[in-house]
Design a protein around this ligand. Structure first.
Ligand SMILES: CC(C)(COP(=O)(O)OP(=O)(O)OC[C@H]1O[C@@H](n2cnc3c(N)ncnc32)[C@H](O)[C@@H]1OP(=O)(O)O)[C@@H](O)C(=O)NCCC(=O)NCCS
Length: 340
């Protein structure tokens, strides 16, 4: 018997405001910039994205996603002993969005009449941009396997609309806001039950400049550009290579092959990257969960959002094996292979 961590509930949240590509055409036209539904769909597969209203932060979206995940897992906030939030768009420079989220969850639990919330449990943010969720899942899995935690909330939450340059049509049409969360819980079995079977994480800092928000807060003002910069073609080329490698490495560690993948959930950045990854792994597109068309790229939120949608739609079922794959700024990338 070995200790594993398994997903017992998923949840997600999308802001109400939905912008179609037609809305983006209008928005950019106000700045004298041209784009089109055809261009965006053909190059990216994106048809719509959601933007948070003013005053709605990553912790607010994370809160809703966590409440939904807790309900799906059938557990209370007080049962949680670890909170990790993957985000590149935190509410504040500090404290962490995870600490803010912990307080919001605790207040809501007390308002529900529970005697306790999540007060006191460790809570921290993890920064690996669009790979954040697979990084966070791997860290939570290690803490659960070691006995340091028993039941964790692992969250990806982003308000990327706040860091977009709406004068740059090559980037601003790609991203959206949202959050996804899972309850990850300890269990014991001989390897045939549910849980995280393997993971494979990487970073290569030589590529910092191809996808970044270079600005920072310094001496009371913003030093450098606080908006997203991307060399799209460089990112594209790196992404298609590393996503195949990471999936193969995670499969090898679990003693599995491509044939053991029931579902692939790649980071939802661009349909062409996802199609290329699926081809290399010899998977038909009907085994790939696709939400990029409706959500755009929600960075660390994209994988848990897609997972929650596929679970709630009844596509991903207990016992099935799922490959999650992240890739993004850093450059960072990684994969988690798990059984539901
Ligand atoms: C960003 C991306 C969609 C651009 O597609 P591309 O095929 O590389 O396009 P290019 O940058 O070569 O631009 C081609 C043309 O389209 C134009 N274009 C760029 N954005 C446009 C837009 N929103 N609307 C209309 N035209 C656009 C360019 O100006 C260029 O025109 P030109 O040939 O007259 O100069 C693509 O590179 C990509 O998806 N990269 C990966 C991005 C990603 O996934 N990032 C997140 C990873 S976590």
């Amino acid at each position: 018997m070995k200790r594993y961590s398994r997903i017992t509930g998923t949840g997600s949240a999308l802001p109400e405001r939905r912008l179609t590509n037609a809305d983006m055409v209008t928005l950019l036209a106000q700045r004298g910039i041209e784009t089109s539904d055809d261009w965006i769909v053909e190059r990216t597969g994106i048809r719509a994205r959601h933007y948070a209203a003013d005053g709605v932060n990553a912790s607010d979206l994370a809160f809703t996603a966590c409440r939904n995940a807790l309900a799906a897992a059938g557990c209370r906030t007080a049962d949680i002993d670890l909170i990790i939030v993957a985000t590149s768009t935190p509410d504040m420079v500090f404290p962490s969005t995870a600490a803010i989220l912990q307080h919001k969850l605790t207040e809501a639990a007390l308002a529900d009449g529970d005697v306790a919330g999540a007060k006191g449990c460790p809570a921290f943010d993890l920064q690996a941009v669009c790979s954040g969720f697979v990084y966070a899942l791997t860290v939570a899995d290690a803490m659960i396997q070691s006995g340091a935690a028993h039941r964790a909330l692992v969250v990806g939450a982003e308000v990327f609309s706040r860091i977009l340059d709406f004068n740059d049509r090559t980037t601003c049409v790609l991203f959206g806001d949202g959050a996804g969360a899972v309850v990850l819980e300890a269990c014991e079995h001989d390897g045939s039950g549910p849980g995280i079977l393997s993971s494979d994480l990487h970073a290569d800092g030589q590529h910092v400049g191809i996808l970044c928000v270079p600005g920072t807060v310094s001496n009371g003002s913003i030093l450098g550009d606080p908006l997203l910069k991307m060399d799209g073609q460089a990112v594209f080329k790196l992404a298609v290579g590393v996503l195949e490698e990471a999936a193969r490495a995670a499969l090898a560690k679990a003693g599995k092959t491509e044939a053991d993948i029931d579902w692939l959930i790649p980071h939802q950045a661009n349909i062409r990257i996802m199609q290329s990854t699926a081809r290399k792994l010899k998977l038909p597109m009907d085994k790939v969960v696709v939400t990029v068309d409706q959500h755009g790229n929600t960075s660390a939120a994209s994988i848990p959002l897609a997972l929650d949608h596929a679970v709630r739609a009844g596509h991903i079922r207990p016992g099935q094996q799922v490959m999650l794959e992240g890739v993004g700024g850093g450059f960072t990338w990684g994969a988690v292979f798990l059984r539901m």
